[in-house]
Each structure stands twice: as structure tokens, then as C-alpha cells.
Design a protein around this ligand. Structure first.
Ligand code: FEO
Length: 394
């Protein structure tokens, strides 16, 4: 595919990665991803906004060759993670006069990660501008829109925002701009859940910081660009808000059917009480879908059998993951079974210190669940439904 002009003298020169199925050796990518990079030809200077993952460096270099780019003055590094910065060394080698423009923190990280020499950098402060002649870049420090060094770049004359990871989606597509809003909403929400949710509070502050900026296009470094920016800005306001839904997420494992029976019973009991439930059997669950469900849910109930006195290891993994993703949950409970004893509840509770939740009375069955266990599950369902109502979760 050729480099494409996204606005006059602004070109999309990045790479689409249709085949990537895992990011950070952790996050599933069912729809691939892209590493978007943008070339801006000003009347006096040329800037490249972010680069691409080093596995696709030849795509970026070929695009620059196709466009006959003989000089790049500035490589804007909004973020030091290698899926955007990894091809900076090749670009610097090819364009020996180019300087890397980044935050002071970004400079330190790029020196550490990519061994870029100190004299190739221009460190910019928050609000600083850089003239390309007829165009002006403004740099907005926005820490923790993935890492602590991140910034956004605003192209004033075109009212374009280049936010790198922020507002992105892991979605391989030939569309420069969003065409299927439903598809992009799902992909962007999943991406938010997996990457941005731990920084919800900081993102809210950053949204506040850009609220008065006139924006016509948001061009992130993953997924299609937004020519209707309010589509993604409103979605982020919704996802980062404190308004939760009347929903329960149940990740679980069952080895011999006891926990499965309890989960099925609880799902029915919650549905009878008007609560929406999303059930994830961790034997084959898509962790991205589970993370997405945690954006809105008010409650999570973890289901586990007892394995060697503790929770099943796959359940422990999800507890640790949820603790890292810091969803805005309000309530958690644990249900499951044991044969002769154990510490599954205590161990799981110790794995989620980041979640500021009320822990509702767990329900543990000795062996296959019996009448008393089903009554306890009914009671748990009632408590959840009442708590949701009390808090106004609709
Ligand atoms: Fe797309 Fe944090 O890198």
C-alpha cells in the first residue's frame, strides 16, 4: 500500500499489521493492529509524527521513499514504547540532520531503550511550539496515557490532534478514517480496557486539559483516525466516568462441575432480579472481552474450585490482571467449591489490593452444592441487586 495524504501535505506513512495476534506478549489482538505514523510537510520544515514497530520498519522507510522525502527535520516521539519509537534509529540514520522531539522524560527513556545519542534530541516543555513554516506544532504533556512520558501533538492550522496511544484501537483496516462506528467503538473500548483503564483518573485530567482545543481530526497511532472527534471523546468521557451499570461479571473455572453449577445458579438468580450478567469460563475466555466487560460492571464475582489449598491458577491470573487494570468496580464476591478445606478466598482477596471494593459474603460449597449453598447464592444475588439499586446503577 502507498503512503496516503490524510490532509493537504499531511501523509499517513505507517504500517498495518494484519497478522499480529498478541501485544506486549499479553493482550490478544483478534483484529490485528496498525502503527500509524504521519509526515507533515511544512513550507520550511518537515516533521514525522511517531514511527512504527521495528518489525515493520521497511514499510515506513518505503513510504518515505515513495514520497521522495529527502529531509526530515523533526521526529516527534509522543511515546517511547517501541511500537511507535522502534524505527526512530533507522530514521535518524537515514536523515542525519533530524532531531527527536519529545518530553524530557521521553528523552531519558529513548536513550535507555534505543540507545539514541543525547545530541539528537530536542526536549520540549508542556505547551511549547515548533514552527514548520506555514504550520505549527504544539506539544501537550499528557503523562500516563500509557507511560509516564507521553505527550500529544496538536497541528494548529489543521486542527489535528496526534495523541499516539490515547484514543487508539487495535484494528487493522485500510480505512484512514472511521467508517463503521459500531466496529470501531467495540475495538476502541476493548483497547481502552486493556491499556488505558488503569490510568482512568489521569485520563480524565488530560481530557479536561484538551477540552478547549479546537479539534477537527484525531489521528491516533493505532487504528483509524476520527474525522468526527466527538465520537471518541464522548466515548472516553463515558468510559472514564463514575457511572457504572447494573452488571455483574463472573470469571470462573470449574474442574468437576461443582463451581459450574454454582455459577449457573447465580447467573439465573441475578437475571431473575433484573441484573445483567456476563459469564466467562476461563478455560477458553477472551481476556480482552473480559477486560471490556469490566469497564462498566459494578460487581465481579469470581468462581473457583480449590487447587492445592488456593484458587485455581487461571483464576488467580485473572484476579492479578483485574488488580492491574483497576476497573471501577464497587463490589466483589467469591464463590466456589472445596473438598477438604483451603484458603482460596483469603488468597484471592490478597491479590486485589488496588480495587477499592466492598467484599460481599463469599459462598463456598463443600463438594457439590446443596440446598444451603443455593440459598446462600440466592442471598448473594439479592444483596447484589439491592446494592446496585441503592447506588443507582442502571
Ligand atoms: Fe502503542 Fe504504549 O504503545
Amino acid at each position: 500500500m502507498k503512503a496516503r495524504e490524510i490532509r493537504p501535505k499531511v501523509y499517513s506513512v505507517g504500517a498495518i499489521d494484519w497478522d499480529r495476534r498478541l501485544f506486549d506478549a499479553l493482550i490478544p489482538l483478534p483484529d490485528g493492529t496498525s502503527y500509524n505514523s504521519y509526515l507533515i510537510k511544512g513550507s520550511e520544515k518537515t516533521a514525522l509524527i511517531d514511527t512504527v514497530d521495528p518489525t515493520m520498519d521497511s514499510v515506513l522507510i518505503n513510504h518515505l521513499n515513495q514520497l521522495g522525502v529527502e529531509r526530515i527535520d523533526y521526529v516527534i516521539a509522543n511515546h517511547a514504547e517501541q511500537d511507535h519509537s522502534g524505527t526512530i534509529p533507522q530514521v535518524l540514520e537515514r536523515y542525519p540532520d533530524a532531531k527527536v522531539v519529545t518530553t524530557p522524560k521521553g528523552k531519558g527513556m529513548l536513550i535507555d531503550l534505543l540507545l539514541i545519542p543525547d545530541d539528537r534530541f530536542i526536549a520540549v516543555s508542556d505547551g511549547e511550539t515548533l514552527s514548520l513554516g506555514d504550520r505549527t506544532l504544539e506539544f501537550i504533556h499528557a503523562p500516563w496515557v500509557h507511560w509516564p512520558e507521553t505527550m500529544l501533538t496538536y497541528l494548529r492550522e489543521d486542527k489535528m490532534l496526534f495523541p499516539c496511544d490515547l484514543f487508539g484501537s487495535h484494528l487493522a483496516t485500510t480505512d484512514l478514517y472511521v467508517t463503521d462506528e459500531g466496529q470501531v467503538y467495540e475495538a476502541a473500548k476493548r483497547y481502552y480496557a486493556e491499556i488505558m483503564m488503569p490510568f482512568r483518573t489521569t485520563i480524565k485530567k488530560n481530557l479536561e486539559k484538551i477540552k478547549d482545543l479546537e479539534i477537527e481530526i484525531i489521528a491516533p497511532s493505532h487504528g483509524p483516525a476520527y474525522d468526527k472527534p466527538y465520537f471518541i471523546l464522548n466515548a472516553y468521557r463515558e468510559w472514564t466516568s463514575d457511572e457504572l451499570k447494573n452488571e455483574v461479571v463472573i470469571p470462573y473455572i470449574s474442574m468437576h462441575g461443582s463451581t459450574q453449577k454454582m455459577v449457573e445458579y447465580l447467573v439465573g438468580a441475578l437475571a431473575d432480579r433484573g441484573v445483567t450478567v456476563k459469564q466467562f469460563n476461563l478455560v477458553a475466555a477472551d481476556i480482552g472481552k473480559l477486560a471490556t466487560a469490566l469497564v462498566d460492571a459494578a460487581t465481579m464475582v469470581i468462581g473457583t474450585p480449590t487447587v492445592l489449598v488456593g484458587p485455581h491458577p487461571n483464576v488467580a491470573y485473572v484476579a492479578i490482571l483485574a488488580n492491574a487494570l483497576r476497573p471501577n468496580l464497587k463490589f466483589i464476591s467469591i464463590i466456589g467449591s472445596y473438598a477438604w478445606g483451603g484458603k482460596a478466598v483469603e488468597q484471592l482477596a490478597a491479590m486485589i489490593p488496588n480495587l477499592k471494593v466492598e467484599i460481599l459474603e463469599p459462598v463456598l460449597s463443600k463438594g457439590f452444592p446443596k440446598e444451603a449453598d443455593f440459598k446462600a447464592l440466592d442471598s448473594l444475588a439479592t444483596t447484589i441487586a439491592e446494592k446496585h439499586k441503592e447506588y443507582g446503577f442502571a
